[in-house]
Design a protein around this ligand. Structure first.
Ligand code: SAJ
Length: 401
């Protein structure tokens, strides 16, 4: 039996996949609302294909509870918030989950941490808890790699890493993950698994920072960055990513800080990349001001931000560039811009509207922060607007970064 602890963005899809692949699965979450919602067949977030997978998992007998169960394997996928000032990961939720697991698990159980952690956390923070409990359980780290928007496809097809205490534990977990994962499953030690996960996200952060830096350089010298990137990418070994209004999400904008914090003086490019990506919302604000001046717009209340999520077609707003931009305005004592996002149904920012038509009625100047399918489909509605397209997702004339 597998007990998946934490039924969020990662835990829920993983639990469902395991259940439809012939495993006995119980999903545990300490949040009563989440458990009740799932018990009543209501999903707690949206993701392509999740509804159908959920129904199949329920048919296969998956259960949801607030209790921790006696199980062969525990998969812990609880949040690992990070402190915005110290940039350190907060492992409190994992530690609490491990404490609870240790009360009910057997000596031969395996505890797998899937949550993103900074390198060394298992030995520094988790193993002492296990040792203190005096149970001979084995530990492992099997970081997830799935991308919101294509989670289920990627769960099945991506290769993955399992770092375990010993070969036997690794092989046992490989079989379990192999029940749904068609990609290669690489076995390694725990420290290497922790490090490689953070390195993967850091690689991407650095590459996005390069594109963003190029955008700034090209803007300063009146060159079209997209044209430069398009041409450079014809080179067989060059693949420059796209500039944008910043980097959000719970991983790419967070994980590189772990390396900066743990290896001060060594993590130099990594730190520079973080700073460049974090400076992008401010750069967007500068572009907004420039364009307002150019077009003689004085009324900031008629400028609106399209998109609040951290990227297109997901409902996740964690660390999103739009929220960073609003934060930046607040620092400068500016009143916030009007916002709209078709994926965000709850009120989360000050001046938010909930329909595209209302948003467009109230704006003359639209800043596209996220390229959701909606705005691409209805791009003709923008024909009388001044548009700053920070993602270059729309056809036709618009201002760019
Ligand atoms: N972005 C750009 N330009 C680009 C690509 C992305 O500005 O060319 C921005 C996005 O708009 C977004 C941010 O970067 O704000 C990150 O988006 P993403 O789509 O690149 O990645 P995430 O955060 O959704 O998912 C990442 C993935 N990691 C890598 O690609 C190395 C995913 O595989 C991980 O599982 C996930 O982080 C995680 O949980 O670690």
């Amino acid at each position: 039996m597998i007990n998946v602890i934490g039924l969020g963005y990662i835990g829920l899809p993983t639990a469902l996949m395991l259940a439809v692949s012939g495993n006995t699965v119980v999903g545990t979450d300490k949040n009563e609302n989440v458990v009740n919602s799932l018990k009543n067949n209501r999903l707690t977030f949206q993701e392509k294909g999740l509804n159908e997978l959920f129904s199949r998992a329920v048919e296969n007998g998956i259960q949801f509870t607030e209790e921790y169960m006696e199980a062969d394997v525990y998969i812990i996928s609880v949040p690992t918030p990070y402190d915005k000032v110290s940039k350190k990961v907060d492992t409190g939720y994992i530690e609490a989950a491990v404490h609870s697991v240790l009360k009910v698990c057997r000596e031969d159980s395996v505890i797998v941490v899937e949550s993103t952690i900074s390198p060394g956390v298992i030995d520094k923070n988790i193993r002492p808890i296990v040792n203190e409990a005096g149970k001979a359980v084995k530990l492992a780290h099997a970081p997830e790699r799935i991308i919101p928007g294509a989670m289920l496809y990627e769960l099945e097809h991506n290769s993955r890493t399992i770092g375990a205490d010993d070969r036997e534990t690794g092989e046992k977990l490989k079989e379990i993950y192999g029940s749904f994962c068609k990609g290669e499953i690489v076995l390694t030690d725990i420290r290497s698994a922790e490090m490689s996960k953070v390195v993967e996200n850091t690689f991407r952060d650095i590459n996005i920072a390069f594109a963003n830096e190029l955008a700034k350089i090209c803007r300063s010298d009146d060159l079209d960055v997209y044209e430069i990137i398009r041409i450079a990418n014809k080179h067989p070994r060059v693949n420059i990513l796209s500039p944008g209004p910043g980097v959000g999400g719970h991983c790419i904008s967070v994980d590189p800080w772990f390396l900066v914090g743990d290896y001060p003086g060594l993590a130099n490019i990594i730190l520079a990349a973080r700073k460049i990506n974090d400076s992008m919302p401010e750069f967007v604000l500068e572009r907004i001001r420039e364009i307002m001046e150019l077009r003689g717009i004085n009324d900031i209340s008629r400028v609106g931000l399209y998109g609040i999520t951290y990227k297109e077609n997901v409902d996740d707003v964690r660390e999103s560039p739009t929220l960073q931009l609003l934060e930046c305005m607040k620092k400068h004592l500016a009143s916030p811009l009007l916002c709209y996002d078709p994926m965000v149904k709850e009120s989360i920012v000050e001046r938010q509207v909930f329909s595209l038509d209302e948003f467009l009625e109230k704006t003359d100047f639209v800043v596209i922060m996220v390229g959701h399918n909606e705005i691409i489909e209805y791009s003709d509605k923008l024909k009388d607007k001044i548009v700053l397209d920070t993602r270059r997702c729309l056809p036709g004339d618009a201002y760019h970064l």
